[in-house]
Design a protein around this ligand. Sequence first.
Ligand SMILES: NC(=O)c1ccc[n+]([C@@H]2O[C@H](COP(=O)([O-])OP(=O)(O)OC[C@H]3O[C@@H](n4cnc5c(N)ncnc54)[C@H](O)[C@@H]3O)[C@@H](O)[C@H]2O)c1
Length: 278
Amino acid sequence: MKEIEGKVAVVTGAASGIGRALALEMARAKASVVLADVDEKGLAETAALVTGVGAAARTVKCDVSKPEQVDQLAARSFEHFGAVHFLFNNAGVGVLGPTWTATVEDWQWVFGINVMGVAHGIRAFVPRMLEKGLEGHVMNTASVAGLVTVPGNAVYAASKHAVVALSECLHHDLKIAGAKIGVSVLCPAYVNTAIGDSARNRPQELSATNPLAADYEPLLRKALASGRLSAEDVAKIALEAIRNDRFYVLPHPKIKGSIETRMRDILDDRNPTNTLPT
Ligand SMILES: NC(=O)c1ccc[n+]([C@@H]2O[C@H](COP(=O)([O-])OP(=O)(O)OC[C@H]3O[C@@H](n4cnc5c(N)ncnc54)[C@H](O)[C@@H]3O)[C@@H](O)[C@H]2O)c1
């Protein structure tokens, strides 16, 4: 059973949605929290919530796609709190549309944040965590899109499959190193956050998006609005998984049917099934 009280957590994408909920849940469990995001206004709001439950909070403006900014985040977190025990690589964005009309900028923007953001977090924090030799945990937010595929989701699904794969490798590597650092990969299905409006933080130079994205938006918005779990529910499940050192964290158990179908497709030499509800 992993102790959270009195420890230090860093959460990326902490200005909104699941990241804000993870930060608040860690604060309720009496951890100090470093909140990182590109959205300073949202960060200040999360910090007020965190300090409101009596926990210490620091905010750091950080674009996780920029290696030097993540290095800075790690340096400042260790400098201020002396240690980091829990790292939540959570910041993420999504795009929609058919695979062949996805733009270069779609791929660069989404992979820069969803994949390289996680890689930078691991590279900047894990060596420092190992050096301290303390018990800790890294939780990477992937998605069920890291375990199943649906139409119109190539860029996002490819990025989240990468997060699942790199998290599995991190788990193997830390085990072999004999480290006291656990790993989890958080794979929620739809949660009603601001993810449908990811482009609000998209840099101008990467703004060219899939010309057919709009065709897929109503379906996504409907699915997000009908999400059965709130970000808070997901965060509670995430903390329980950390306490119990559980790797795969699937807050929506019903999705396991689609994962099983996908696995059977692979093992039985079948072509991919479209498991998207119509
Ligand atoms: N909402 C869902 O249905 C759902 C499902 C599965 C997985 N996820 C994943 O959960 C994570 C959190 O998303 P959410 O649903 O809370 O969405 P959200 O949009 O509410 O929050 C994402 C946060 O990431 C921040 N962010 C964006 N670009 C950034 C960057 N370059 N550097 C740092 N921060 C940046 C945003 O400012 C925002 O605060 C993402 O990785 C997302 O892919 C979401």
